[in-house]
Design a protein around this ligand. Structure first.
Ligand SMILES: [Zn+2]
Length: 114
């Protein structure tokens, strides 16, 4: 299934000017949650030697689908999401609590030190 299929024929169905106060349409809420999870997974993968390129491609495909189905919502959020994603970038030398692998490694180190 292409990433676009799940969003086919989706109208730009947000209320006028209401994206920050109205609940998101369910399919968009799912897409955004998936998008943020992929971004976190991508940052984790890049920091710890995972398949970053594959995850990035999946993220790019999903973002394209969101932009196509909900262009106004995309225009309002794409910039903030880019900044948000930049904040997730780290390395093993600069671990972050936002990363699952860093958190697991940190717990392991604490156990070793105990
Ligand atoms: Zn990490």
């Amino acid at each position: 299934m292409s990433p676009n299929e799940q969003f086919d024929q989706a109208p730009d169905d947000l209320p006028p000017g209401g994206s920050s106060v109205m609940p998101l349409p369910p399919r968009l809420a799912v897409a955004v949650a998936r998008r943020h999870a992929l971004a976190a997974h991508w940052a984790e993968s890049m920091a710890h030697g995972g398949p970053g390129a594959e995850i990035f491609q999946e993220l790019a495909d999903l973002e394209e689908a969101i932009a196509e189905a909900w262009p106004r919502f995309w225009d309002e959020h794409a910039h903030d999401w880019a900044i948000r994603d930049a904040g997730l970038i780290h390395s093993e030398a600069t671990p972050t609590a936002a990363c699952r692998t860093c958190t697991l490694q940190s717990a392991a180190w604490r156990r070793e030190a105990a």
